[in-house]
Design a protein around this ligand. Structure first.
Ligand code: GLU
Length: 488
């Protein structure tokens, strides 16, 4: 092929680029599925890139959880940090030098500039703009510093960021394959920071540089990135590169149509796996979102396999109205898959998930010293196997506390548990510290949590039980408890 190869002839290469900031999200699976199908249908490659440049939000265990969740669903990638590939490394933290060089290129061709403003100055400017009811934007202080001013600041060791120089006038347009032309006026596009003062790139720079160097033909991502796209398109131009095609998928919604959130729906794929949802049902459910399957199939049956999706799914069918992530529907679909199993398959499914040898032996170890007959096993452990346990006020309400303060405290417990590493060494002091700071005794504190997690005033050791039950399911149980109390 010659240099004149146009974009449409370029081999299809797509990617998902999750940030390892916590549990893998159902939205990642949704976008992953669409990218996977698109790659397979076009004989292309599906790349997994880990966008881990935001060190403040980085969670060390997250990357492995992303790998595990995508593999559980059967969305295997052709190139990625663990499997390698010709365009690696596929982890952005290992590409720092590449971003530095590219930021340098933009400084040299004057499409970017060094910004020496301090965080305090930026904050003051932001406040003023908000007070004046203006959208907060970089005021341009460092856009036109003279070479001498820049030299002096560099010599004095003043820290700086690198910002892109968005043209003052005019507009940038791009084509979204589902929406048609989208235009942003430059006066509404901020001089985005490309390199932070810690030497790490921002999402925008790293994403564009990598999509180009990894020869990505089609960027298929969530619509929340549409407002970033004009910045990206400008960056492609600044570098003198062709931009890929853009497809922005509708955001998944809660039943009330708000953007999907963990307050209203579990969003962690770890939760769905541990709670006994089947990967086939989850993929099928995600495939229904937005209507990528032909209407005849959707109308005849809402049940289809990945193989059927490969055959019939068409990204161009995706409708833009926010698809609703309706848990009732997912549960129904999951039930359909369970009922379609042979008894042997059903038993095997139980034994590989909620009744696996690994889980049962951990639970057995927790109750061995607490039963007098083996028949009592279930009395102490039913909460591990139940989908929910909803304790009555007699069970969860401490004697000297009102309902309101108890629910407030339970909300605090939830926040602490969300933020704490799921180990005994981390959980116990975190909970105790919360109790101390709010004047709740250890007994009140742990009894409340025990009631919420186990539904009972008696249980095997609480923290050990929570560890076996898992973070995702424990948090879900707490959220459901708080939600149910709120509705009363
Ligand atoms: N790192 C971004 C994310 O977490 C990637 C967005 C994109 O696909 O460009 O979703």
């Amino acid at each position: 092929m010659t240099e004149s190869t146009s974009r449409t002839e370029q081999p299809v290469r797509v990617r998902i680029a999750p940030s390892p900031t916590g549990d893998p999200h159902v939205g990642t699976a949704y976008i992953g599925l669409i990218n996977f199908l698109y790659a397979q249908q076009h004989g292309g490659k599906f790349v997994l890139r880990i966008e881990d440049t935001d060190r403040a939000r980085f969670v060390a265990t997250s990357e492995q959880m992303i790998f595990d969740a995508l593999r559980w669903l059967g969305l295997e990638w052709d190139e990625g940090p663990d499997v390698g590939g010709p365009f690696g490394p596929y982890r952005q933290s290992e590409r720092a030098e590449i971003y530095r060089e590219h930021a340098e290129m933009l400084l040299e061709n004057s499409t970017a500039y060094r910004c020496f403003c301090t965080p305090e100055e930026l904050e003051a400017a932001r406040r003023q703009q908000i007070a004046a009811k203006l959208p907060p934007r970089y005021p341009g202080t460092c856009r036109n510093l003279s070479a001498a001013e820049i030299e002096a600041k560099l010599a004095a060791g003043v820290p700086y960021t690198i910002r892109m120089k968005v043209p003052a006038e005019g507009s940038t347009s791009f084509r979204d394959e589902l929406r048609g032309a989208i235009t942003f006026e430059h006066r509404n596009v901020d001089d985005q920071v490309l390199m932070k003062s810690d030497g790490f790139p921002t999402y925008h720079l790293a994403n564009v540089v990598d999509d180009h160097l990894m020869q990505i033909s089609d960027v298929i991502r969530a619509e929340e990135w549409i407002s970033s796209t004009p910045k990206h398109v400008l960056l492609y131009k600044f570098f003198g590169w062709d931009a890929p095609r853009f497809w922005h998928m509708p955001l998944l919604r809660n039943v009330d149509k708000s953007k999907i959130s963990k307050r209203k729906n579990p969003v962690s794929l770890v939760y769905y796996r541990q709670a006994g949802f089947l990967p086939e049902a989850m993929l099928n459910f995600l495939g229904l979102m937005g209507g990528g399957m032909p209407a005849e199939i959707n109308n005849a049956t809402e049940k289809f396999t990945l193989a059927e999706m490969l055959e019939h799914f068409d990204i161009k069918n995706i409708r833009l109205g926010g698809p609703v992530f309706d848990l009732t529907k997912l549960r129904w679909l999951n039930g359909e898959y369970l009922r379609a199993m042979t008894p042997e398959q059903f038993y095997a499914a139980l034994r590989s998930t909620v009744l696996s040898d690994a889980t049962l032996s951990r639970i057995a170890a927790l109750v061995q010293t607490r039963v007098e007959t083996l028949g009592e096993f279930g009395n102490l452990t039913h909460f591990f196997f139940a989908d929910d346990v909803m304790p009555a006020p007699e069970v969860f309400l401490p004697k000297k506390r009102t309902l309101e303060e108890t629910l407030d405290f339970a909300g605090e417990q939830l926040a602490v548990l969300e933020a704490t590493e799921w180990t005994h060494a981390a959980l116990e002091p975190a909970l105790k510290q919360l109790g101390d700071s709010k004047g709740w005794s250890v007994k009140e504190n742990f009894m409340l949590l025990r009631a919420i997690v186990t539904g009972s005033t008696m249980s095997p050791p609480l923290i050990e039980s929570m560890i076996v039950f898992g973070k995702a399911r424990t948090l879900d149980r707490m959220r459901r408890f708080l939600e149910a109390q709120k509705r009363k």
